[in-house]
Structures are given as structure tokens and as C-alpha cells.
Design a protein around this ligand. Structure first.
Ligand code: HEC
Length: 265
């Protein structure tokens, strides 16, 4: 009896894990863990109204500025912050950008947010990175990381994963460079490349094969704009990228970088 009760408990714990119970914040020396209640009690909490691209409508949140949240951490000028969600989504954000323009939105257990659009049965909470950006700054749609579980100060992706780099023979003006930037900011939240990266929601895009080796360019372009226009099944997770999050120029640049890495240029 006790064993079966224990099993029920473990099962519930596993189901509940789609929501982070606490947020872990770490630099290279220390790790701190906060619950939503602890953060909501912070005196620097305030209300922020924004147009939210995840909920696709204006939203009002209780937030803490990232500059306040991360103020005790040791962060170098070129450092990144790896933002990891409970579902293996993991995006590297330049630390300086995060501190300048981002907020941590915290969901109160008593005033829950709406469910995410698209038939989801969860909200974006309890921890969610939201942005109020200055005109002209480039905030990747992947930087709006919800179901957040951890923020960890790390080296830049270029330093951590030199295998992604573009060689010195490629002129600085070549779109291959932009392709790498966009790949790191958008695609690596879910995909690794030849083992490099932390995202594991989608397949590695170099091993065993690079998509440019088996997709016709026009089909790959369509897949990136709207995966369901190429293949469609209920469990499909890859999001469609609209013009506002990935321009045609970005898609061409990413494809150029993938082709470069496959030795096709
Ligand atoms: C939010 C997570 C996520 C992001 C961001 C994402 N993908 Fe995916 N991708 C997936 C998942 C998951 C799959 C596996 C199929 C599925 O479930 O949709 C996939 C499948 C693919 C495939 C098809 C592989 C195959 O052989 O069928 C390609 C190519 C691909 N992604 C490229 C990209 C590129 C390039 C980007 C950046 C522009 C990107 N993805 C961004 C999650 C993501």
C-alpha cells in the first residue's frame, strides 16, 4: 500500500515537472534558488505592460528587472546567460542585452496567467523572460523564454563551441556570418550542431546528416518558414517562423551557413 502511494506521488511529481517549482540562478562561483513567492516579495517588483509575441496580445506582468535580479552575479562584458526551460529548450542570450532590456515575469499562484495560445494546458509561468526593447535592438523571438528553470552565466557560444565558427577566409560581409548569428540565437534553443549546444528538443542538425544534404533548398526554406507546409503531424514541435521573427534574408543566411558547414561552399 505504502509503495503504491509512493508510486502515485512520484507520478504526480513527474507530471507536475512541466512547471518549474523554483528558479536557479548561477554564475561561475555560486548558485542560488528562488521560489516564485520569494521573488514576488522583492521590493523591486513592479508592473509592466507589454505587447507579448508569445501570447500575441498586450499583457500585464509583475516583473523584476534582470539588472536587479542579476546584480550580485559576476558577469564579464562578453559573457552570455544560458536560459534553460523545463522542456530542454535552452537559449544563450548576451548578458549585457539581458541586463539592459529584459525582465523576469513572475506568475503569482493566486492570479494565474492565461493558458498559452495554441491549445496548451499550461501558462508561460511561473518564470518567464519578457522584453521591453529599445528601437533598433534585435530581440530574437527565442529570447522570450517561458517555463524558465535556470539562468546560468557562461562564455559566449563562439568560445564554448568553436566548431560553429566561420573561417577567416570568409569575408566579413558574407551572409554566412549573419547565418551563424541567427542560428545561434534562434535554432540552437532546440537543436545542437555536431554536438555543440544545449538544446535537445529537436534533432542535431549536423549528425548524422546536415539538412542541406537531403533537403531541396526550396523545401528547406518552406520548412523553416512553416514546418507544417512540408510535413504535418499532431506531435510536431518545430514552430513556424513568421517574417517578424525570421526574415527571408535570415533564412537565406542560415541556409548559407548550413551549406558552408556541410562543405558545399
Ligand atoms: C522551439 C524549438 C525549435 C526551434 C527554435 C527550431 N526547431 Fe527545428 N525542429 C524542432 C523539432 C522538435 C524538430 C523535430 C520535428 C518536430 O517535432 O517538429 C525540428 C526539426 C527540424 C528540421 C527537420 C529535420 C528533419 O530531417 O526532419 C530542420 C531542418 C530544422 N528543425 C531546422 C531548424 C532551424 C534551421 C531552426 C532555426 C531557424 C530551427 N529548426 C528552430 C524544434 C525547433
Amino acid at each position: 500500500m505504502i509503495r503504491s502511494l509512493l508510486l502515485v506521488f512520484v507520478l504526480f511529481a513527474a507530471i507536475g515537472s512541466a512547471r518549474a517549482q523554483s528558479l536557479e540562478i548561477a554564475d561561475r562561483g555560486t548558485t542560488k534558488t528562488y521560489t516564485a513567492a520569494q521573488l514576488l516579495a522583492n521590493k523591486a517588483m513592479r508592473t509592466l505592460q507589454i505587447v507579448d509575441p508569445v501570447y500575441k496580445r498586450p499583457m500585464s506582468y509583475r516583473v523584476l528587472a534582470m539588472a536587479d535580479l542579476l546584480s550580485d552575479l559576476k558577469i564579464g562584458n562578453d559573457d552570455y546567460v544560458q536560459a534553460r526551460a523545463v522542456d530542454n529548450f535552452s537559449v544563450a542570450i548576451p548578458a549585457a542585452l539581458l541586463k539592459a532590456d529584459a525582465f523576469l515575469a513572475i506568475e503569482s499562484p493566486t492570479v494565474p496567467w492565461p493558458k498559452l495560445p495554441g491549445g496548451s494546458n499550461t501558462t508561460a509561468g511561473p518564470f518567464y523572460i519578457v522584453w521591453q526593447h529599445r528601437p533598433g535592438t534585435d530581440i530574437s523571438s527565442e529570447y522570450w523564454a517561458y517555463h524558465l528553470a535556470a539562468l546560468t552565466v557562461t562564455d559566449s557560444p563562439a568560445k564554448r563551441w568553436p566548431g560553429l565558427a566561420v573561417g577567416a577566409e570568409v569575408p566579413a560581409t558574407d551572409r554566412i556570418h549573419r547565418g551563424l548569428d541567427r542560428f545561434v540565437a534562434v535554432c540552437m534553443a532546440c537543436h545542437r550542431f555536431a554536438g555543440a549546444g544545449e538544446g535537445t528538443q529537436g534533432p542535431d542538425l549536423a549528425r548524422p546528416m546536415n539538412p542541406v544534404d537531403y533537403f531541396q533548398p526550396a523545401a528547406l526554406r518552406k520548412l523553416l518558414r512553416d514546418p507544417k507546409s512540408v510535413r504535418d503531424w499532431p506531435e510536431q514541435k518545430m514552430p513556424a517562423f513568421g517574417e517578424e521573427s525570421l526574415s527571408d534574408t535570415d533564412i537565406d543566411a542560415i541556409m548559407a551557413w548550413l551549406a558552408y558547414k556541410a562543405g558545399k561552399r
